[in-house]
Design a protein around this ligand. Structure first.
Ligand code: ZN
Ligand code: ZN
Length: 288
């Protein structure tokens, strides 16, 4: 028990030190400044080249979503997630060790060139995330958490990080084992983080982008708007892609019937969904 407490405290200390170090350093290595520069950059693009011309600079829920961006990127990890995930990892490894099992990588990709490992890491994590995203829509209690992301009524870049912080727990715990089984030895993972953050922001941005033939590989605003459409052609939704659109095309869940620029967004019953941050956070627990 004491060990787990120490693990939690060390994780807090570690994350806090990381955050202070990160914010006081500038440039591409800083996750905080990266997020700020990228967010302001995409916002300026939205203002200069809006897809929905009538949508204001400060759309509905702009500030709520801006708070979600900070909360899910820095405050929640600082408050809970860093400690929680280190303890969970220690418990998992501890329990497996009791059973005589140690987590050993099965696949070694350490010999691959770094760029190829980065691509492999992107493809693997994105495929896992695509599956987790489908679960969020299919499993009723998970859907209660995911409703926050789908309660957006006017789309803009910051809606990317408008989600219940428990989603971070779902995604990372389901990602943990498959990633632990593959031994990556990558450097410059921050390049991958910049890439996925950029695509995610753009998917939600008020921009008319489709990337030409690359649309079959990369998720984009023209496609992702249909994921948020109020009217869904299939019960559990369509276009589950996170960074890559590839999986939706491969597994038959891609759907772009027409230009979705003015498509009404949300889900049935969203008129009763809470509008405040804390009420939204409590919503799935009340529902249960
Ligand atoms: Zn969704
Ligand atoms: Zn979305």
């Amino acid at each position: 028990m004491e060990d787990y407490l120490n693990t939690a405290l060390n994780a807090y200390r570690g994350f806090w030190q990381y955050l202070v170090y990160d914010i006081s350093h500038q440039g591409l290595q800083s996750a905080f400044w990266r997020l700020m520069v990228l967010s302001v950059g995409v916002w300026l693009l939205e203002i200069a080249f809006p897809w929905r011309k009538a949508q204001g600079m400060f759309r509905k829920d702009f500030w709520l979503d801006a708070f979600y961006v900070i909360f899910n990127s820095f405050l929640f990890p600082l408050m809970l997630f860093a400690a929680l995930s280190s303890v969970a990892e220690a418990v998992l490894r501890g329990n497996l060790a009791v059973l005589g099992i140690t987590i050993q990588p099965l696949v070694m990709v350490v010999d691959w060139p770094n760029w190829l490992q980065l691509v492999a890491l992107l493809v693997l994590t994105d495929f896992i995330q695509w599956n987790v995203h489908r679960l969020l829509h299919r499993v009723p209690w998970l859907w209660q958490f995911h409703k926050i992301h789908h309660s957006v009524k006017a789309m803009g870049f910051a809606a990317h990080l408008r989600f219940h912080p428990m989603e971070l727990v779902f995604y990372s715990s389901l990602q943990y084992l498959p990633l632990a089984l593959i031994s990556f030895k990558v450097s410059d993972v921050f390049l991958l983080q910049i890439f996925t953050l950029t695509i995610g922001h753009l998917n939600h941005a008020n921009l008319s982008l489709q990337y030409g033939p690359l649309k079959y590989v990369l998720n984009n605003p023209a496609m992702h708007i249909w994921h948020h459409a109020h009217q869904q052609p299939q019960r559990y939704g369509v276009n589950f892609g996170i960074t890559l659109s590839l999986w939706d095309y491969l597994f038959g869940t891609a759907y772009i019937p027409q230009n979705g620029r003015d498509e009404p967004l949300g889900f049935s019953g969203d008129e009763n969904f809470p509008t405040g941050f804390w009420q939204q956070l409590l919503y799935p627990f009340r529902k249960a």
